[in-house]
Design a protein around this ligand. Structure first.
Ligand code: NZQ
Ligand code: ZN
Length: 389
């Protein structure tokens, strides 16, 4: 059993209609609020008006137009607004991109230099403004973790801001009904993201009964409910199940006591979205099966893939473990295809032009990929990317 720290300082408020509790939940946090949101979906679903009505009496200043794959420019604007308006807390309403952006704003306010410095060097992160989130898309787990992913288009970098407990939202309100309008494509991408977060924790050398069960339950939840949510977007049970598991993707609950993961698929995907601004979950869905096939070539991973096949996909136990492991990978690829996700980078117009730069960058800026179940080096990154073309 590996040693671990687990600190989850967020009040998760889950269930239908619970947005109405917002005024009570934020009472005592101050009156000056930065209301942050994306390209307008919260207006279409009536949540913007609802929040404004609930915060009647508060001084609200707005940061709007936060992009998917949030850019450092939006962070800088948010920092300026918070300083000029003496903001007491930030209310993020939206998906992972909005929540991620405000995490960088929250710590950027108390840092004299450019907030991008905090992405490059986490030791510079100090105090942060409190964050409250109202989630509208089940995917990243940003509502219940201390990380964020910020893009600097000038340098083609998409990097993790790792704030730890101080950047967890203080409160996250999760009402599955606000995800009814998420498009089929975005629901599929979010589901692939949840699935891949779980695999990053699950596919490591050493597990334990508790977290094997948590991971397998999360994976089976996505396999069961993503197709239902896509076919029947207003199915509460499906939207609720996806929202429930999404929150545990990146907060280490599925990873406690296991061999520490170096999140290979995420490291490589962030390189691809840094260059091509693709949807994160789409990139993960494309990269996952090739990465699995590449990893399985090292016999050290065979038992783990065999367990994945029997316990998650229900493949009959067999003495031919390799056959079960390969079938499990095939089933994974078929699953992503069945929910409408592309299977190749070339379908997104991506070529091998920047693979060398991507490999160099991920090896320099990500967790050490040589600590993966099958150690990954520069050639490995390039081979996995080529297998995904
Ligand atoms: O911008 P708006 O108008 O809000 O529209 C968004 C956006 O176009 C739309 N959307 C959100 N809720 C909706 C809705 N449309 C209709 N109805 C609703 N209820 O969906 C689109 C995508 O939103 P976005 O927030 O970008 O998606 P997601 O939640 O998947 O976030 C992706 C970002 O999170 C990062 C990714 O890299 C990417 O930048 N990640 C953050 C992590 C974290 N903080 O822990 C971990 C993840 O691995 C991931 O890297
Ligand atoms: Zn992810």
């Amino acid at each position: 059993m590996y040693p671990y720290n687990l600190c989850l300082p967020t009040n998760l408020v889950f269930g239908k209609g619970r947005v109405s509790e917002l005024p009570d939940l934020v009472s005592g946090m101050g009156k000056n609020v930065l209301l942050a949101y994306g390209g307008g979906s919260i207006k279409k679903i009536g949540l913007y008006d609802r929040v404004k009505a609930l915060l009647n009496g508060f001084n609200i200043v707005e940061l709007s137009g936060i992009e998917p794959n949030p850019k450092i420019g939006s962070v800088r604007e948010g920092v300026r607004l918070c300083r000029e308006n003496k903001v007491d807390f930030i209310l993020a309403v939206g998906g992972g991109s909005v929540i991620d952006c405000v995490k960088n704003v929250a710590c950027g306010v108390f840092y004299e230099g450019d907030p991008w410095d905090l992405v490059l060097d986490r030791t510079k992160i100090g105090k942060s403004l409190p964050i409250v989130s109202i989630l509208t898309l089940a995917a990243t787990g940003s509502e219940y973790d201390g990380g964020a992913v910020i893009t600097n288009p000038d340098t083609h970098e998409k990097l993790a801001l790792l704030g730890g407990p101080s950047l967890f939202p203080k409160i996250s309100i999760l009402d599955p009904e606000y995800t009814y309008t998420v498009s089929a494509r975005q629901t599929a991408a979010g589901s692939a993201d949840i699935f891949n977060h779980t695999l990053e924790s699950y596919l490591v050398k050493e597990g334990n009964i508790l977290t094997d069960g948590i991971c397998e339950g999360m994976l089976k939840t996505v396999i069961k409910y993503a197709p239902i949510a896509i076919k029947d977007p207003q199915n509460y049970e499906a939207r609720a199940a996806l929202m429930q598991v999404a929150s545990f993707g990146c907060n280490d609950v599925p990873a406690i006591g296991r061999t520490p993961s170096v999140w290979v698929c995420h490291g490589i995907e962030h390189e691809v979205s840094a260059w091509y601004d693709i949807t994160h979950g789409v990139g993960l869905a494309i990269l996952t099966p090739p990465l699995m096939r590449w990893t399985l070539r090292d016999p050290v991973s065979l038992d783990r893939f065999y367990q994945y096949g029997t316990n998650v996909w229900g493949i009959a136990p067999s003495d031919d473990k390799m056959k079960v492991a390969n079938e499990a990978i095939d089933r994974t690829a078929e699953f992503f295809k069945s929910i409408g996700l592309p299977a190749r980078l070339s379908e997104l117009g991506i070529t091998d032009e920047h693979f060398g730069e991507m490999a160099d960058h991920v090896l320099a800026h990500w967790w050490p990929l040589d600590k993966a179940m099958r150690p990954v080096d520069r050639d490995g990154v390039i081979e996995i990317l080529k297998m995904s073309l």
